[in-house]
Design a protein around this ligand. Structure first.
Ligand code: PLP
Length: 450
């Protein structure tokens, strides 16, 4: 083999010596060396297996090491590893055809990127040029990526150190009944008031200056916030009324995560642009993109689109997307994710909430769930403060350790744990993970004061 086989200690020491990790103080981390992975599990060098309830960064929708996906990548690698964007390529053409085929009707063209941030950057550029306007509405409690524009669009603390960012961003509150910005008490009120708030902002900003409203169809890292009935339809109607481009960021919510091809399918709403990445090929090769409605594609029929990437539509990445979409269809993976949400995960989490006072709310859809952990169910005081680090984050860190000791890899963000396993996870595996959560939540309950 051309690749060296290393011991755990070699991996760890070379990592510490030479790898610069994202979002981290380099001296404060100790990344776990991973030796292998299969299906819903990965394993360390000691052979300890972890059931992955975080799908890495919520991207391994198809599970680890799917043999047919690996075979497709190998086949494409042997045929043609790389060719640039100015040429046509069969893997790229087929990936675009398949993606347009599962997208809402009327979104028929695909611009490929290497990931989610670049997808959002290019979607915003398209919206601005299409409308000739410059403002972009972006939500608090959102994540859109870490490049200059995408981090500026982001509505969470990861933006703070990159400010001031891209000009022209107008921040708004999306719906989140459990911690309502609108003093709402019902889903209907939350939806209506969030829409009125958007309308008011459009009015005072000047509708003729607003290019796009960007939203995560279901907000991911910032809480698995499911839009209340009527909200997405209402945003669509506002965009139509004022000539604004609706951009749905489905980087995390798309490709099966919500038990649909795209989360918007659940509410039967058609955005003008959909951004995707992650689940499109489960990150076996980096890939993302923008799916484009006819009217916006038409803008660039005779006028050049001023944007591109050396690896836009990379053949290896596109071949893996082709294989992944076909495997999703053949193996009923979308149906499995929908079934898990309806029949398995939701009921199991609600049962946990009956035993653990620290669970303030259970919410989710498909394989996209959150437990909101609190110190008091009445005041809803979060188990750890917003953006807590160090000792302030100890209750969540201890909860995470309790999961890991027992062989479950959790997704943790602030005071929440998200239950976001691969869409291919079996009901038995979910039960195994829930049993571990049941034990680990005893740690969270120790901080309950309500
Ligand atoms: N948009 C959403 C909703 C995401 O969750 C993410 C990544 O977590 C991104 C965009 C950025 O994607 P990438 O990390 O591939 O640039």
């Amino acid at each position: 083999s051309l690749l060296p086989s290393s011991t755990e200690e070699q991996v760890r020491s070379a990592d510490r010596a030479h790898v610069f990790h994202s979002w981290s103080a380099q001296a404060m981390i100790d990344p776990l060396p991973i030796a292998s992975a299969q299906g819903s599990y990965f394993a360390d060098f000691a052979g300890k297996r972890y059931l992955d309830f975080s799908s890495q960064l919520v991207n391994i929708n198809i599970g680890y090491q799917h043999p047919m996906l690996i075979a497709a990548i190998q086949e494409q690698a042997a045929k043609l590893c790389t060719v640039g964007p100015p040429f046509a390529n069969d893997a790229r053409s087929e990936a675009a055809r398949l993606i347009a085929g599962v997208a809402p009707r009327g979104l028929d063209k695909v611009f490929f990127t290497n990931g989610g941030a670049e997808a959002n950057e290019n979607a915003v550029r398209m919206a601005r040029l299409h409308t000739g306007r410059h403002k972009v509405f972006a939500a608090y409690r959102s994540y859109h990526g870490a490049t200059a524009g995408a981090i500026a669009l982001t509505g969470d603390p990861r933006r703070w150190d990159s400010e001031p960012g891209m000009p022209g961003i107008v921040r708004y509150w999306g719906p989140y009944l459990y911690r309502s910005a609108f003093h709402a008490e019902t889903e209907a009120q939350e939806s209506e008031r969030a829409l009125q708030h958007l309308r008011n902002l459009i009015t005072v900003e000047g509708p003729h200056t607003v290019a796009a409203i960007l939203l995560e169809t279901v907000v991911g890292t910032n809480g698995i916030l499911i839009p209340p009935e009527g909200y997405l339809t209402g945003v669509r109607a506002l965009c139509d009324e004022f000539g604004i481009v609706m951009i749905a960021d489905e980087v995390m919510a798309g490709f099966g995560r919500c038990g649909e091809w795209f989360a918007v399918d659940h509410w039967k709403v058609t955005p003008d642009l959909i951004t995707f990445a992650k689940g499109v090929n489960s990150g076996y090769i980096p890939l993302g993109g923008v799916i484009i409605a006819e009217a916006i594609a038409a803008t660039f029929e005779t006028r050049a689109f001023p944007g591109g990437l050396t690896y836009s539509g990379h053949p290896l990445a596109c071949a893996s997307a082709v294989a992944s979409i076909n495997i999703f269809k053949d193996e009923g993976i979308i149906d499995n994710a929908r079934m898990l949400g309806k029949d398995v995960i939701g009921s199991a989490l609600h049962a946990l909430a009956e035993r653990h006072p620290s669970i303030g709310e259970v919410r989710g859809i498909g394989t996209f769930w959150a437990l909101e952990l609190v110190r008091d169910r009445d005041t809803r005081e979060p188990l750890v403060p917003y953006n807590a680090t160090g000792t302030a984050a100890a209750p969540m860190t201890r909860f995470a350790s309790a999961c890991k000791e027992r062989g479950l890899w959790p997704f943790i963000h602030f005071n929440r744990t998200h239950i976001v396993p691969p869409c291919t996870t079996t009901s038995d595996e979910i039960s195994e993970g829930i049993a571990i959560l049941d034990e680990a939540l005893i740690v969270a309950d120790q901080y309950y004061t309500g």
